[in-house]
Design a protein around this ligand. Structure first.
Ligand code: GTP
Ligand code: MG
Length: 287
C-alpha cells in the first residue's frame, strides 16, 4: 500500500505544473534529439563507406592524385605525406560520363555512390604503421598501388619490396578467411604514373620489371628463412606463409594472385596531364 501511495504522490508531483518539472521537461525535449544524433553518428561510423586505399613508394603521386580528384586541378606542389588522409568522393554509375570530372559531378545523371579515398604516406618508416593497417579493413574495395614510372629503374627494389608486402598481406587475408567467411575479392591497380615524362617506362615494362623483381624477392626471402635456423620440419608451412603466389613456381606473375582472389591490373596515366580517367573507371567499378 505504501508503494502505491508513493507512486501516487510522485505522479501528482510530476503532473502538477511547477518550475522544476518544466525545466526537466525542457531539457529532455531539447537534449534528447542531440543525444540521439550523436549516438547514431557514433554507431554508424564514417568508415562504413567502401574505401579505396592509395599506397606506393614516396613520390609516386598519391597525394597529387587525391588533390586532383578532390579539387579538379593538379597544379599543387605536394610535400611528403606523414599521416594518412581520407576524403569522401562520389562515383556515378552513368556510363555516359567519360571523365572523372563529369562522373564526379553531383548533378550527373545515374545513381551516385560515395566512397572514401585514403591516401597514405609512402615513406618506409611510416608505411607499416599507417598503410598496412588499412589492408585488413573490412570496407576495403580496392588498392591503388601508385608508382613513378619515370624513376622506376632507380627505385625498383623499394617499389617491389613494398608491393610484395601489400600483396602478401592480401594473400594472407584471403587465406585466413577461407575457414570462416571469405572476404570479398580485392582488386589491385598498379597505377604507373608520370607517363608525361619521356624517361617513363610504358605500363607493360613496369609490369614485367615488377614481376621479375617480386620473383627475386620471393626467392631471397625464402632462402633467408632456410638460413635462419628454422627447424627442418617447420620450414614447410613457415616458408609457404611468406611465399607470394603459386607455391614453388619458378617465375612470379601477377596472374598467380588470382588463386587468392586478388586481381592485379596495370594501367598507365599522368596526374600532371590529368590523364586519370582509366584509374577513375577502375574505381567506379569497385564501388
Ligand atoms: N611529371 C609528373 N610529376 C608528377 C605527376 N604526379 C605527381 N608528380 C609530382 O611528383 C611529386 C610527388 O608527388 P606526391 O603526390 O607528393 O607523391 P606521394 O605519392 O604522395 O608521395 P609520399 O607522400 O611521399 O608518399 C610532386 O612533386 C608532384 O608534383 C605526374 O603525373 N607527372
Ligand atoms: Mg603523399
Amino acid at each position: 500500500m505504501d508503494s502505491m501511495e508513493g507512486l501516487k504522490q510522485a505522479l501528482e508531483y510530476i503532473l502538477t505544473p511547477s518550475r522544476e518539472i518544466f525545466i526537466v521537461g525542457a531539457l529532455i525535449v531539447f537534449l534528447l534529439p542531440i543525444l540521439v544524433h550523436f549516438y547514431i553518428s557514433q554507431s554508424t561510423p564514417y568508415t562504413a563507406l567502401p574505401s579505396i586505399l592509395l599506397v606506393g613508394p614516396p613520390g609516386g603521386g598519391k597525394t597529387s592524385l587525391m588533390t586532383l580528384l578532390e579539387r579538379g586541378d593538379s597544379a599543387t606542389a605536394t610535400h611528403t605525406s606523414q599521416v594518412p588522409e581520407s576524403i569522401e568522393l562520389t562515383v556515378s554509375s552513368d556510363h555516359g560520363a567519360t571523365t572523372f570530372r563529369e562522373a564526379a559531378r553531383i548533378d550527373a545523371p545515374g545513381t551516385h555512390r560515395k566512397f572514401l579515398l585514403v591516401d597514405t604516406p609512402g615513406h618506409g618508416k611510416l608505411r607499416n604503421q599507417h598503410a598496412m593497417t588499412h589492408v585488413a579493413s573490412d570496407t576495403l574495395r580496392g588498392i591503388i598501388y601508385m608508382l613513378d614510372a619515370a624513376s622506376l629503374e632507380d627505385t625498383l627494389a623499394d617499389a617491389a619490396g613494398y608491393l610484395y608486402d601489400v600483396l602478401l598481406a592480401l594473400q594472407k587475408r584471403t587465406g585466413a578467411g577461407k575457414t570462416s567467411k571469405t572476404p570479398n575479392a580485392i582488386h589491385v591497380l598498379l597505377a604507373a604514373n608520370k607517363l608525361d615524362l619521356f624517361t617513363a617506362l610504358p605500363a607493360s615494362l613496369v609490369k614485367s620489371n615488377l614481376e621479375a623483381e617480386l620473383g627475386r624477392i620471393r626467392k631471397s626471402r625464402s632462402k633467408g628463412l632456410l638460413d635462419s635456423g628454422v627447424g627442418e620440419d617447420e620450414i614447410g608451412s613457415e616458408e609457404q606463409d611468406g611465399w607470394l603466389g603459386a607455391y614453388g613456381s619458378e617465375k612470379f606473375t601477377f596472374g598467380q594472385m588470382r588463386e587468392f582472389d586478388i586481381e592485379v591490373d596495370i594501367v598507365g596515366g599522368s596526374v600532371l596531364e590529368g590523364k586519370v580517367d582509366k584509374w577513375w573507371d577502375w574505381i567506379s567499378q569497385r564501388i
